[in-house]
Design a protein around this ligand. Structure first.
Ligand code: ADP
Length: 377
């Protein structure tokens, strides 16, 4: 057979055109191209299917308003306008198809001939109706959840206010009677009242702080304050329980501890209140020791507070998880000790807020020692 290079070239070009048509036909989304009068010159199989055409070529010489609703007229005008201005476009298009509103993410690219004159428009659009519906549903669910959360926070705030006020009243009366009562049996009963009320108030503090944490609304309260006085105040809050259990508190302040230190007073108070409250709660006999030291690390001044007890201790396997919210050791869960399982989580979060750290050393039935290191500001 004689070689015919021209024929070969024609065959090659035919093959290339076939492949290109094939690629366009099978492109995802809707692909179409039109002339300067916004009259379709072709489309891919997807768009042909949407328009109920058997063959994509059926679209040729038709225009949008011929088979779509009013929205298509807007799109038709938009296409004409873009071609007049020679501007491309990217945006959302809303189109009614079979009485259903569809949202498309569309891109319209101006086509030009070899001389640079506008010759038509290439359109690509993806049906994002499902994605949009999902986004809307998610947004609605988020708004509902936020409203429910706000209602919960408001409820907790109101409940806290309405219950805290009378409880503080009961506590005041119990304290007053304790001071004037001479009968030891009655004194014991008053101690019970005092401790029960304090336990409920502690519960409130945990619940309120937990709900505030979720909303990130616990402000920082940086102050210069007397740490010794703050610790004494905490010990006095626990005095009734300490007296009843006959537990001694040993305090040991480093000689170089300044009279006033500057850090977040509110957080330090809540951290120590939780740690000392736990130490008292989980200790039946022996002592509690609170030690304060000063030290320097990478040219930063820090103070260290160690809260040590001779109580029930914490098994090695539980030592990490007790800092998680609502977590309590098996041993303490059996209704022997009351609690929310939130205290140490609050401690951990407050320490994180102050760029400090907390370490725990504990042995079952021997006692626990919590060491916190906090930078002085
Ligand atoms: P709560 O004391 O309200 O249960 P916390 O978060 O303060 O919650 O403590 C979590 C758990 O860690 C406690 O339930 C207890 O099992 C254990 N725990 C905390 N402090 C001590 C301690 N000093 N001695 C023994 N166990 C402790």
């Amino acid at each position: 057979m004689e070689d015919n290079p021209l024929q070969e070239q024609v065959e090659l070009l035919k093959e290339e055109i076939f492949q290109l048509k094939n690629i366009i036909k099978n492109m995802p989304g809707n692909v179409y191209w039109m002339n300067c009068n916004a009259i379709y010159q072709g489309c891919n199989t997807n768009l042909a299917k949407t328009l109920n055409f058997i063959d994509p070529d059926e679209i040729i010489n038709k225009s949008m308003p011929m088979f779509w609703d009013d929205g298509a007229c807007e799109a038709h005008d938009l296409n004409l306008g873009l071609m007049q201005k020679g501007e491309s476009y990217q945006g959302e298009e809303h189109v009614l198809i079979n009485d259903e509103l569809h949202i498309f993410l569309s891109e319209k690219i101006i086509l030009r001939d070899s001389k640079g004159k506008v010759s038509g428009l290439l359109g690509l659009s993806l049906d994002i109706t499902d994605r949009k519906n999902m986004e809307r549903a998610l947004q609605e669910a988020k708004e509902k959840a936020e409203m429910a959360n706000q209602a919960k926070t408001d409820f907790i705030r109101n409940m806290e206010h309405d219950l805290r006020t009378p409880l503080c009243g009961v506590l005041g009366v119990a304290n007053h009677l304790l001071a004037i009562e001479a009968d030891t049996d009655k004194k014991d009963l008053l101690c019970d009242i005092e401790q029960s009320v304090k336990a409920v108030l502690n519960y409130f503090d945990h619940i309120v702080e937990f709900s505030q944490f979720n909303k990130h609304i616990i402000p920082k309260l940086i102050q210069k304050f007397d740490l010794k006085k703050l610790i004494e105040g905490i010990i006095s809050i626990e005095s009734a329980a300490l007296r009843e259990k006959n537990i001694n508190v040993i305090v040991d302040y480093a000689d170089n501890l300044p009279t006033l230190i500057q850090t977040d007073r509110f957080r330090i108070h809540r951290i120590l209140l939780n740690l000392v409250n736990n130490a008292v709660k989980f200790t039946k006999k022996g002592h509690i020791k609170i030690k304060v030291e000063m030290f320097e690390e990478s040219e930063k001044k820090l103070f260290k507070i160690i809260v040590e007890d001779t109580g029930i201790g914490i098994a090695q396997k539980d030592q990490e998880m007790i800092f998680d919210k609502f977590t309590r050791c098996e041993l303490t869960n059996k209704n022997t000790y009351k609690g929310t399982g939130l205290g140490l989580w609050i401690v951990k979060e407050f320490i994180k807020d102050m760029s400090g750290k907390i370490e725990l050393i504990s042995e079952l039935n021997q006692g626990s020692s919590f060491t916190l290191s906090i930078p002085i500001i």
